[in-house]
Design a protein around this ligand. Structure first.
Ligand SMILES: Cc1cc2nc3c(=O)[nH]c(=O)nc-3n(C[C@H](O)[C@H](O)[C@H](O)COP(=O)(O)OP(=O)(O)OC[C@H]3O[C@@H](n4cnc5c(N)ncnc54)[C@H](O)[C@@H]3O)c2cc1C
Length: 477
């Protein structure tokens, strides 16, 4: 006998688990099916984000920043530490403890909200009357059959692999392998200078590896505002010490077991370089394997994404899809907000996710963050704009932190003064960007930010100053 639900969510990442909790809060009987197993073979909720993505990467970034600070910054505070050493095993344990704590937290929230927590791979079997039938298997054996009025697909994404170069997570690594290295490699290669490549490269560089990042695109961080991207390139190469090569054409790659050789062409010159480990971070592909979508007529595009409308509804009745498996930025908070919106739409509400106001963050040091349009986008769209910039160099709080580096740029409509974008590189801009998100959601003008009292001394004063600069009345510029 199948278990009956109003809503079955497939995938327990930040899209799926949040959708399931919201659906249950709205009174629907809800199950969430998730297939993820941790390295010990145990179920672990939270998807890519919690297990092998956002959270573990931030844990390791912090450990590596602390190690760097002990060696390079503490002396300026009058603190001397001799022979600082990194215990990689302890660092990885701390990371694992954070994952275990948060995964347990999701399981607790499921219990609290009466979401049925089902472990296994969900496969769509078709319709029985008004219900969708979903088969759940584990280790190849069917363990459950569920029936649901509504299905929310939140199966996420997996790392894109280079053709002919299988990831073994010993020498050739994807994100999971890059987050689990048990010792600091001497020579680390990274293919792809996107968010994941830069964050992982930063971690292992600060712990002592020589890091070379090879990027096919000639432009660094093409999606970011190019003024900020240029400053980021300078800082990450000069201060962090990442060797970032742009416009590279990758040739043959040979995994020799103990090392890997990468042939590439740069400015017409052929080169071959040997690495002890190679991280492949060239993007991610939607996860639909095992879902049996084709058999039930689920529409997918040529790149494998589930096709949805602006409400995340698929081409099939009462079937929805959210997060990395559908169009739009592959970001955890985008997945979660879509999850909430779908649950509320099923309940007959009229939710809305504003794709124009989704924050982006790269957790390098300094951090890079933005929301809204870049200057390049505004120019291409022919929008008349004004801008204000200000730096962290003289900001008292940043100086106290020892991180007085970076820039904030605000872009506003030349006619209405409405804020169109906020772009930053600097300390804790992952937190500061929310001021831009809130302002833009409330359709604020740059003058609004300029007239709002900001605490002193605080990093946010740089945003205030940038807003003043947009009106040509910077006080400290
Ligand atoms: C190294 C790294 C760092 C990142 N850092 C950030 C960051 O700082 N901020 C940010 O916003 N984003 C970050 N991301 C991206 C973020 O992880 C994703 O955008 C987010 O996890 C997408 O959420 P999701 O719920 O759509 O899918 P996922 O988190 O991928 O979860 C999908 C879940 O569904 C399961 N599943 C798949 N198929 C089935 C099936 N048929 N049946 C049952 N279960 C199934 C999977 O096992 C998985 O558990 C990072 C990603 C990586 C790799």
């Amino acid at each position: 006998m199948s278990q009956q639900f109003d809503v079955v969510v497939i995938g327990g990442g930040p899209g799926g688990y949040v959708a399931a909790i919201r659906a249950a809060q709205l009174g629907f009987s809800t199950a969430c099916v998730d297939a993820f197993k941790n390295p010990e073979g145990k179920p672990s909720l939270g998807g890519t984000c919690l297990n092998v993505g956002c959270i573990p990467s931030k844990a390791l970034l912090q450990s590596s920043e602390n190690f760097h600070a002990v060696q390079h910054d503490f002396a300026k505070h009058g603190i001397s530490v001799e022979n600082a050493k990194i215990d990689v095993a302890a660092m990885l344990k701390r990371k694992e403890d954070i994952i275990t704590k948060n995964a347990g937290g999701i399981a607790f929230l499921f219990k609290k909200n009466k979401v049925a927590n089902v472990h296994g791979l969900a496969s769509l079997k078709g319709r029985e009357g008004e219900k969708w039938v979903i088969e759940v298997s584990d280790n190849g054996a069917v363990v459950d059959t569920l029936e649901a009025t509504h299905v929310i697909i939140a199966t996420g994404s997996s790392p894109r692999q280079l053709p002919g170069l299988p990831v073994d997570n010993v020498t050739v690594l994807d994100n999971a392998g890059a987050l689990a290295l048990t010792e600091v490699p001497k020579r680390l290669g990274v293919i792809g200078a996107g968010v994941i490549g830069l964050e992982m490269g930063s971690v292992w560089k600060r712990l002592g590896a020589e890091v070379t990042i090879l990027e096919a695109m000639p432009t660094f961080l093409a999606a970011a505002d190019q003024q900020i991207a240029k400053e980021a390139f300078k800082t990450l190469t000069r201060d962090t010490g990442l060797d970032i090569q742009l416009g590279v054409k990758i040739g043959a790659i040979e995994n020799k077991g103990a090392s890997v050789s990468v042939a590439y062409e740069l400015n017409g010159e052929a080169k071959t370089v040997e690495f002890d480990k190679l991280i492949v971070s060239i993007g991610r592909v939607p996860n639909t394997a095992g879902l049996n979508g084709e058999a039930v007529g689920l529409q997918m595009d040529e790149r494998g994404f589930v096709v949805v409308d602006e409400h995340c509804h698929t081409n099939l009745p009462n079937m929805w899809a959210i997060g990395d498996v559908v169009r739009g930025p592959m970001l955890a908070h985008k997945a979660s907000e879509e999850g909430v919106a779908v649950a509320e739409r099923i309940a007959g509400q009229k939710p809305h996710v504003d794709f124009g106001v989704i924050p982006w963050v790269i957790y390098t040091s300094p951090e890079i963050a933005w929301v809204g349009k870049t200057e390049e986008q505004l120019k291409a769209e022919g929008v008349e704009y004004k801008k204000g910039t200000s730096g962290f160099a003289a900001n008292g709080r940043a100086l106290g932190l020892g991180q007085a580096q970076g820039t904030v740029k605000i872009l506003a409509c030349a006619k209405t003064d409405r804020i169109l974008g906020l772009h930053m590189i600097g300390p804790m801009v992952s937190e500061l960007v929310t001021e831009g998100v809130v302002s833009m959601e409330f359709k604020a003008a740059s003058e609004d930010l300029a007239r709002i009292v900001h605490a002193h001394p605080s990093l946010a004063e740089v945003i205030h100053e940038a807003a003043l600069a947009a009106d040509k009345r910077a006080l400290h510029g």
